[in-house]
Write a protein that binds this ligand. Sequence first.
Ligand code: ATP
Length: 220
Amino acid sequence: MQSTILEIKNLSKSYGEIMALANFSLTLRKGEVLGLLGPNGAGKTPLISILSGTLLGFTGTVVFKGQDLFSDRRLKNLIGIVPQEMAFYEDLNAMENLMFWGGLYDIPEKELKKRALELLAVVELGGRSKEPIRKFSGGMKRRLNIAIGLIHQPELLLLDEPTVGIDVQAKVNILDIIRNVGQQGTAVIFTTHQLSEVEQTCSRIAIMDKGVILAQGTLD
Ligand code: ATP
């Protein structure tokens, strides 16, 4: 069995009276694709935001690769984030965006270019890499958002509702990409409202509501 990469223990985050996360605990192994299923307001985005380092003021612990995630900034470089809101420059093309975002990490330029080209092929944007993003469809933008999250070859990929607002075919493409990322050894957490999406994609499913996990396990 693969080793544990992420261990979340008793994570709590409140907004006044509302407990967005209430002693939330979860363990993830290398290469595992976890589908986090829950209705609006379940606490999925606060969880992803805490793991991404963009939401503070919580209690509990997050151990990543055996270390406190928040103790060493370098650990964050091993996490890829695909936020719900698109995170790229619309006036740049796909290749320029990948080079820009990848340039924030310590990756030699030649290697970065190679990875960008490979990722564009993976997300099926190879033929459109020189067009400004503002001309892209919603599905193409979502695929680029994922490629940007993968440019630094993270060991853990977090995706917050990566299939929102796109058509069925575009969803299938994105779910295929997520499944393949897991097969290559990257641990994945992706959030969604749709049971069918996690059924098709995930090695494990967790159902959450009101800041806690109600049930989890394999699809069976
Ligand atoms: P969605 O599927 O709609 O993205 P979610 O599972 O990601 O939902 P959130 O709605 O983001 O969960 O957050 C969970 C709870 O925390 C909700 O009750 C929400 O109202 C509350 N919450 C989230 N962010 C804030 C905020 N900035 N201020 C006050 N309350 C907040």
